[in-house]
Design a protein around this ligand. Structure first.
Ligand code: ZN
Length: 177
């Protein structure tokens, strides 16, 4: 998404986790520890009329943007290096694609209500960036499937970066206290 100030209806991590599990269930991927995120781009292209994606040369997007989703058109643009990295199993790049897909799912298929935000502060649960980050983490790292794993095991089994694995692990642990 572009970096304007948008807010969305509040969704909790619990709700986004439920949604991530639903996505896995619908795609018959409930037991797949390593979520095949790159393949989902083609599945979505075939399934949803309002989804499309495009791989562009790296210089087509600003340096600090790896990929972006136009929520009006449902069009996802991905840098070539990110797409290639994701195909090769790079955790960061896989998570980037998951993030964009989660923007699409929350805003374009489920139609979480978006509005320009003129207030100064929005709560994290109302921030589309937080929602996409949270749901992408839940989609790529299933709490259910990683119960007895440590961060290193999660990173390897789920195909995510160690940082993402450690972050998600910390969330799961904090929920058990
Ligand atoms: Zn985003």
């Amino acid at each position: 998404m572009s970096r304007q100030n948008y807010s969305v209806e509040c969704k909790s991590r619990k709700q986004l986790r439920f949604l991530a599990e639903k996505v896995r269930e619908i795609l018959d991927l409930s037991d797949r520890v390593m979520f095949p995120i790159v393949g989902l781009l083609d599945v979505f292209s075939k399934t949803f009329d309002n989804f499309s994606y495009e791989i562009v040369e790296d210089d087509q997007l600003p340096d600090d943007i790896h990929a972006e989703t136009d929520i009006m058109s449902g069009h996802v643009t991905i840098k070539q290096s990110v797409y290639d990295g994701a195909c090769e199993g790079n955790g960061r790049d896989r998570m980037t694609i998951a993030h964009e897909i989660c923007h699409y799912i929350t805003l374009c298929t489920l139609g979480f209500r978006v509005q320009r935000n003129f207030r100064k502060e929005i709560r994290p649960c109302e921030d589309p960036e937080w929602q996409a980050k949270c749901m992408a983490g839940e989609l790529m790292i299933s709490k259910r499937l990683t119960k007895n794993m440590d961060p290193l095991e999660i990173a390897e089994a789920c195909g995510v970066s160690f940082d993402a694995a450690r972050y998600q692990y910390g969330i799961f642990r904090s929920e058990e206290e």
